[in-house]
Design a protein around this ligand. Sequence first.
Ligand code: ZN
Ligand code: ZN
Length: 200
Amino acid sequence: MELPKEFKACVEFHGHSCPGLAYGYIVVKEAMRLLDLKRSHDEEVVAICENDSCAVDAFQVLLGTTIGKGNLIIKDYGKNAYTILDRSSKRMYRFSRTHFYNYTGKNKEEFQLLERALSAGKASSEQKRRQKLLKTKDLIKKPFDEVFSTRAKQFTKPPYAPIALSKPCSKCGEMTMATKLVFAKGQAELCIPCSGTNGS
Ligand SMILES: [Zn+2]
Ligand SMILES: [Zn+2]
């Protein structure tokens, strides 16, 4: 099986092919199908990813939801779960996984051997690479609902990315988004590193 062209585009951006990227890819494809989406040039589509793993890069490449535009929101809960919403149609879906991964491809025996070597900590780098490739291909080929559960959700408006004026920090003088300046040490407006706090 050849990997799909759009997946290859994700690999080019991400730097390597991996199952994490495949999870993101299949969610993006399903969301685009359900919501009838094209790549987002503005902020009309928003993705909320509940992890900061490799999967996130498939959203940036194919869906056009990016960190820079502010329409890719990372909630680092360590969960393989994603919410995609479309402002124009006011629709929103959440995709999440509720069961363990199970290989169902053609190389079942080989995959089991590789898994065993991996869990025993004895897999060679070639075996690790092969296991990742088999899993990636399997994820892309599987019926989507064998991997993720899909739920239509009540649409809630996400905030637009904040646009704020910049002001110089009163200690280092570097221009800083005004909303990120903090009051500390006798009420001077300081940038977060100068304030010596974590900003909260
Ligand atoms: Zn990766
Ligand atoms: Zn400063």
